[in-house]
Design a protein. Sequence first.
Length: 155
Amino acid sequence: MSNAGFLSSWGTRGLLLWRRIGRRLIVATVAVLIVSTGLVYQVSADTAGDKALRGLANSFAGVMAFPGEIHAAWAARGPSHGLTVGVAMGLGMIVVRELIGPFELVTSPAPWPDKRFGPLLEPAYPWDYFQKGSKTRARSPSKYPAKKGQTQRRR
C-alpha cells in the first residue's frame, strides 16, 4: 500500500482502480499532449501528414472561420464592414472549411490536386486568423479593396 501514497485513504478499491486505470490514463495524457503539439507545430515544407492535419483541423475546427472572417474584415476595413461582410463571409467559410477538411484528409496520401501537398485555403488552419504574421485577409488588404475615394485603414 505504500506505493499508492495518496490512494491509501481509498483502501483496496482505490488501489485496484489505480492499477487498472492509472497507467492507461498516463499513456492517454501523454498521447494527447504529443498529438496536440503536432497540430500546433507547422513546418514550412508541406507533406502528406501536414495535409492530413489540415484536413482534421478544418473538419473539426472549421467553425473558427466565423469569428476569423469577422476579425479579418474588421481589421481591414473597420467595424461596420466586419459586422456585415465579415459575418456573411464567416458563415460561408464555415461551409467551405467543413467540406474542404474531409477532402484534404481523404486525399492526403496523394499530392493532388496540382501535384502538391499545399493548402487549398488561406489561411491553412482555422486558428491562423488570429496569429500575428499569418497570411490572413487582415494581413493582405487587397482582398478587401477600398472604395473609390477611400483610403485603406492603417493598423
